[in-house]
Ligand binder design. Sequence first.
Ligand code: PGA
Length: 253
Amino acid sequence: MRKPFVAGNWKLNTDSHLSVALAKAVAAGSADLAGDRVSVAVIPPFVYLQAVAKAVSSSAVAVGAQDVYFEPKGAFTGEISPAMLKDVGCTYVLCGHSERRHVIRESDELVGKKVTAAIHGGLLPILCVGELLEERDGGKMEQVVERHLWTGLAGLDVEKMSAVTIAYEPVWAIGTGRTATPQQAQEVHQFIRGLLAKMYGKDLAAEIRILYGGSVKPDNAKELMAQADVDGLLVGGASLKADDFVKIIHASV
Ligand code: PGA
């Protein structure tokens, strides 16, 4: 059985005080479930990773980074390597979040290199995939999701693939208050699992967790999680309020 996984992507928010307070509140509020019944991760900005990792160190809450570079070291001003993220206590890393694809203009190939480098560096990547509104309206949703998967997972064998989590985040649902309906989410998640089965075989596809992201709130979490192929939630805005995030964690089991 796939254990539910709830991750909070703080994006470009919080400060040194707030990040630690939020992390501690999440650890305290999820102590009854985190670890055994649900995997929980918080994903703060780079500069607060170390402090947040320390704040949750005696809990089952894991820490993730919002991005990573694919080179291990050298003249790459402003970039952060997988080893650096491990060094400050990261377990997970987001790769190809839609804001990086569409605002920062990361290419599919770059995202794929990051996924591979993250695994080589001992991190667990969360590969984000998902279509823009015009792509959905133009009937291209499946094509885009398939391209994100093929390029994001390029070169990964079955063993490496078992380290990966997929997050389906329709771009039109992120930060817009317009959540995909549970049925829309299930339809795409099922499609993704089918593709993973073709790429890696049915057994592995049945083990890979596929998270939904996009305007997840305490009041829609349960219905989304009730879908057969929705294994967890990647939460943006609602993860900045400890109470809301804790409610979402409780709704996920
Ligand atoms: P949101 O963001 O929950 O604020 O829509 C989700 C995400 O971008 O991961």
